[in-house]
Design a protein around this ligand. Sequence first.
Ligand SMILES: *[C@@H]1O[C@H](CO)[C@@H](O)[C@H](O)[C@H]1NC(C)=O
Ligand SMILES: *[C@@H]1O[C@H](CO)[C@@H](O)[C@H](O)[C@H]1NC(C)=O
Ligand SMILES: *[C@@H]1O[C@H](CO)[C@@H](O)[C@H](O)[C@H]1NC(C)=O
Length: 311
Amino acid sequence: MIRTILTTAAISLLLLTNYYQTQSQPLTEFEIWQQKHQKMYIGEERIYREAVYQTNKQKIESHNKQQERTYDMGENQFMTLTQDEFISLYLTQVDAPELEFEEEREQVFDGAEPLKFVDWSSYSTIKSQGQCGSGWAFSVSNSIEAWYGIRGGRNISASTQQLIDCDTYSKGCYSGTNYNAMHYAQQIGLMNSMSYPYVAQQQGCRYNRGEFRINTYNFVGNQQQTLQNYLQYYPVSVGVDALNWQFYSNGTFADCGQNINHYVLAVGFDFGYNWLIQNSWGYGWGENGSIRLSPGNTCDCLNSPQNLNFL
Ligand SMILES: *[C@@H]1O[C@H](CO)[C@@H](O)[C@H](O)[C@H]1NC(C)=O
Ligand SMILES: *[C@@H]1O[C@H](CO)[C@@H](O)[C@H](O)[C@H]1NC(C)=O
Ligand SMILES: *[C@@H]1O[C@H](CO)[C@@H](O)[C@H](O)[C@H]1NC(C)=O
């Protein structure tokens, strides 16, 4: 199986290299994009994907001409996907069976002292979820990674694959939620991702145990100031509506609805109270893998923030 995949990969690479070497004309933009993202389409598929690429390119160009825009769009790895394909491959379906969780307790801070901007982004690394709707799992494994870096004084990487394979409240690459994943990490614990590496697809559960076991997790609350307050200590996993994030490149984003279909890690907020959000679509997407969201409940980010603790 593995060997077949490797052989196929080697042949594709060879074809790809040959293909470009035998071209005498300069490469088109689409060909340059294909090379950069190691994609090769042939026949009908190539005609179709090039058309999708061109449509997306026009969408990006017309967005970037708007005078009033707060963010720019840019070309990235999603250029040959329609929005429907993007949704089904990278976002989470929100029909996961809900776990009963504790009464939502909301601490409201009186706001006497304005909270200072904070940025924990250097304590967790940007991951690539691949063609798997596993943002919910990365959001939680990254929040464990950040906790260890900040409070535990250790540089760790907690297994995301284990959540995809073993959290029975979620449905692997298809759907999941941050609180169910935290429940798993509390009951069972997560292995190191070196021992249980990421493969971007659901497999059978290989190990139902782990050294990174959280003590508690809790709903943060729906107030901007409550989330800001939690962020003073460490990052918080949040659900978001990422439907329109496909070509986000840089700037402050607010062009979104209120239906959670993805999970990410809030790592702080800036002096303008924009949320600093780490995503799991690689460094090539957004601002080096991150997005800045406007203050308040932008993209529904205040709907389901979950905090975890090891103490
Ligand atoms: C995005 O980045 C480009 C290049 O750095 C910059 O010129 C542009 O102003 C930025 N756009 C926004 C909306 O911040
Ligand atoms: C943590 O370890 C990873 C992998 O070894 C490394 O890339 C990263 O720079 C380290 N981070 C810190 C904060 O030491
Ligand atoms: C991305 O990272 C590079 C290298 O660390 C840095 O120069 C650049 O300013 C960063 N871009 C953004 C938008 O943060």
